[in-house]
Write a new protein. Structure first.
Ligand SMILES: [Zn+2]
Length: 147
């Protein structure tokens, strides 16, 4: 049998301010739950951002076109620029070829190189193409002379 709360003697009058304290406690509990959920989302975002940065940095550190990483390529920009513009030797010798292959295939490094040394790469590529044509003509003429 249910007891009627109005007549039940176990119930007392609420002390003054009890209901507003109860309301405040409920609101703070609600705020804490909301904060907890927002912190969870923020933590998830942080994990995703950190993961993305680590992934991107692992790509940068990885060996790329020409057998060198973007980091290595960037480190030799000045040497390679000097090599292209003055013909100065680059150490080790195979690095010049590695830089050329890397810059031919890596848009990131090529863009960075072009920004630092505008026009140098395109001039070098044009020179290479012209030399390639001259060599092809020389080879063709030489083979004609042989027969
Ligand atoms: Zn690169």
């Amino acid at each position: 049998m249910m007891s009627d709360f109005r007549t039940d003697q176990q119930w007392d009058e609420c002390p003054p301010g009890e209901l507003s304290r109860l309301a405040k406690r409920l609101k703070s509990t609600e705020r804490r739950a909301l904060l907890k959920s927002q912190m969870g989302n923020a933590a998830l975002c942080l994990v995703l951002v950190v993961g993305g940065v680590l992934w991107a940095s692992s790509l940068i550190g990885r060996t790329g076109p020409g057998g060198i990483s973007c980091k290595e390529c960037l480190a030799h920009f000045d040497d390679y620029h000097l090599h292209l513009t003055t013909g100065a030797p680059i150490e080790p010798i195979k690095l010049a070829n590695q830089m050329q292959v890397h810059l031919d295939h890596c848009r990131l490094c090529r863009g960075e190189f072009d920004q630092r040394f505008p026009g140098v790469l395109s001039t070098a590529m044009a020179t290479r193409a012209a030399l390639g044509q001259q060599f092809a003509m020389f080879a063709a003429t030489s083979s004609l002379l042989l027969y």
